[in-house]
Design a protein around this ligand. Structure first.
Ligand code: HEC
Ligand code: HEC
Length: 307
């Protein structure tokens, strides 16, 4: 089985010996918009019960993801899916597990209105922003008009653009600035030869294609999950998701769309079994985890700067 995969996927590994690309050390963004977006991202007044902000489910202390298996929104309503990280999300080819938003601005519309998340309507958002002196002034300065819902989405997206985690050990290795330990190198080789890199590759080590969870051995499916089927209603799209990014993966437990897996070790076992059709040895897991740990970058500069 392993050999079959190796040959099956070999062609896709050949053109680029390094299937992973480093993220840029810095990214150009509009500072004023991003700072405004940062405030909005952290403002619970933007939810119907004034208790939930974007940051409630995308915690800066947990790699931009939610440490709870499923998120809890306004009035304590629970969702049915694990919140992915917002870090490096600018590089995702689409947003959401099933890719239903084309970019960050379109994405941000979702949680603000979702009844199990922030549960707001456009008018309420604009009424609140216009009633606040700080926002009024900031929006007028940047957008030359009173606060609008659309401009708020624009500012939030600009803040998220700044949420990159540069200079992880692996990126520095790709830029020839450092070397990997033997164990890390072994993990990287396994990542390529076992077939992980066929789905997890590119600048975000994922987040650039839709793939089936349970390609070889089926994974439990529920109608309520936001998979591709939920969008297309094509039976073969059941359990098909945007491949998650593996950047900062040591920080973003629990894992998988259903948040069912508490440890990275178990996630790798499940992944190999369901999508590659074999079990990993404990040595292989150790090496893979050593490699994956090199994908943890610096926290985003915009979170370190004070306003
Ligand atoms: C109640 C919890 C909750 C709140 C509040 C919340 N999110 Fe999310 N976020 C989620 C969940 C859950 C998903 C995955 C939903 C899906 O894919 O169907 C998600 C997905 C995302 C994604 C897509 C990431 C990816 O890899 O596809 C981005 C970006 C994001 N949220 C940004 C925001 C912003 C901006 C806000 C505030 C306007 C926000 N979130 C508020 C829970 C939350
Ligand atoms: C056929 C494509 C495919 C292959 C091969 C594959 N993965 Fe995945 N991987 C996915 C998809 C799709 C998900 C999302 C699954 C879900 O949430 O249900 C995922 C999720 C993960 C996660 C959890 C990420 C998170 O944030 O929840 C980890 C860790 C992971 N993969 C590592 C690996 C490793 C290591 C290998 C090789 C042993 C591998 N994957 C092979 C497609 C693949």
């Amino acid at each position: 089985m392993r050999l079959l995969f190796f040959f099956l996927f070999l062609p896709s590994l050949l053109p680029a010996d390094n299937p992973i690309k480093p993220i840029p050390k810095t990214i150009a963004y509009n500072q004023k918009k991003a700072e405004l977006g940062k405030l909005l991202f952290m403002d619970p007044q933007l939810s119907s019960d004034k208790s939930v902000a974007c940051v409630s489910c995308h915690s800066f202390d947990h790699g931009g993801a939610d440490p709870r298996p499923v998120s809890i929104g306004a009035y304590g309503k629970t969702g049915n899916v694990n919140a992915p990280t917002v870090y490096n999300s600018y590089f995702n080819f689409r947003q959401f597990w099933n890719g239903r938003a084309k970019d960050l601005k379109e994405q941000a519309r979702g949680p603000l209105h979702n009844p199990v998340e922030m549960d707001m309507v456009t008018e309420e958002i604009e009424r609140y922003l216009r009633s606040n002196d700080y926002y009024n002034e900031a929006f007028r300065e940047i957008y030359h008009r009173a606060p609008t819902h659309d401009d708020a989405l624009d500012a939030i997206a600009e803040f998220e653009k700044a949420l990159i985690t540069p200079n992880c050990k692996f990126d520095r290795f790709l830029r020839n600035e450092t070397t990997l330990t033997e164990l890390e190198q072994r993990g990287y080789r396994l990542f390529k030869t076992l077939g992980c890199a066929t789905c997890h590759n590119g600048i975000n080590v994922g987040s650039n294609s839709f793939q089936k969870m349970g390609l070889i051995f089926p994974y439990p499916w529920k109608k309520t999950f936001p998979d591709r089927y939920n969008l297309t209603h094509t039976p073969t799209d059941k359990n098909v998701y945007k491949v998650p990014s593996l950047r900062n993966i040591t920080l973003t437990a629990p894992y998988f769309h259903d948040g069912s897996v508490p440890t990275l070790e178990l996630a790798l076992q499940r992944m190999a079994y369901h999508n590659l059709g074999f079990d990993l040895s404990s040595d292989e897991i150790e090496a893979l985890i050593a490699f994956l740990s090199t994908l943890t970058g610096e926290s985003p500069p915009i979170l370190r700067e004070s306003r």
